[in-house]
Write a protein that binds this ligand. Structure first.
Ligand code: FPP
Length: 246
């Protein structure tokens, strides 16, 4: 297979491989509580993203995956959808230099082909621009849905079977994982959701099968690197058995 695989566990450069995924929820409520438009909450949320990414090496996060726009979020008002898309574009433009300075590799997952071509081209650009960075792996899920991702992967695998490149018996978990948008990433160790909601909302259902979950009442625009650090301290105390016995 020609997929780029996650770095080898034994590689000393990748000793610290913690992967934390975050469902950033509560921007709208944060703004509403202050009588402000929802987009102000998203803007504040983008500032929190910037802070958290910069704090990752200190906190001990190597892979940070953020849920920024789901396949269901298109149901929101046109103003909010366009505002969010503009925010993603601005974030990439403004943060490109800092990401290079801080060794951040940025990837975008989700269905890209149906997005505005200018935005999709910007995603291609930032991925290429930061491709050599390895200190922090920032992945942002935009137009992402877990079932949609699995459907697209299944279609790609089925196509290979039809073309005679793959036998059905050869379809292993690794083959399916290798066709997901996250094929270059390790599975998340921990999924955090802010704002008190206790759903996973179609976020990384395949990849997070063995992840730990933490739900915090904090609204995303109030979520600090310090809170993430506290959550990790708690996470380290949990015993992960991956289905095995004690
Ligand atoms: C959920 O809160 C949040 C979103 C749908 C958008 C997340 C986007 C950001 C944090 C902004 C920037 C991100 C990047 C990567 C630059 P909500 O609006 O559903 O909140 P509510 O449940 O209180 O209404």
């Amino acid at each position: 297979m020609s997929f780029d695989q996650p770095a080898d566990d034994d590689d000393p450069a990748s000793r610290n491989r913690l992967h934390v995924a975050v469902i950033m929820d509560g921007n709208g409520r944060w703004a509403k509580n202050r009588g402000w438009p929802r987009l102000v909450g998203h803007r504040k949320g983008a500032e929190r993203v910037r802070q958290l990414v910069s704090a990752c090496p200190e906190i001990g996060i190597r892979y940070l995956t953020l849920y920024a726009f789901s396949t269901e979020n298109w149901k929101r008002s046109t103003e909010e959808v366009l505002g969010l898309m503009a925010l993603f574009e601005r974030y990439i433009k403004r943060e490109a230099n800092r990401m290079s300075r801080e060794g951040v590799r940025m990837r975008i997952i989700g269905e890209r082909t149906t997005l505005n071509p200018k935005l999709a081209a910007m995603f291609d650009w930032i991925e290429a621009e930061t491709a050599c960075n390895d200190r922090v792996h920032l992945t942002v899920a935009i137009n992402y849905g877990g079932r949609d991702e699995i459907r697209r992967a299944t279609q790609a695998v089925a196509q290979k079977v039809r073309d005679g490149q793959l036998d059905p018996d050869q379809i292993t978990d690794a083959v399916i994982g290798g066709h997901l948008d996250t094929h270059a990433l390790p599975d998340p160790d921990l999924v955090v959701r802010t704002s008190g909601e206790t759903r996973i909302s179609n976020f990384l259902p395949w990849q997070a099968a063995y992840a730990e979950y933490v739900f915090t009442p904090t609204l995303w625009p109030d979520f600090t690197p310090q809170e993430m650090s506290n959550i990790l301290t708690e996470f380290e105390l949990r015993e992960r058995r991956f289905g095995g016995a004690k």
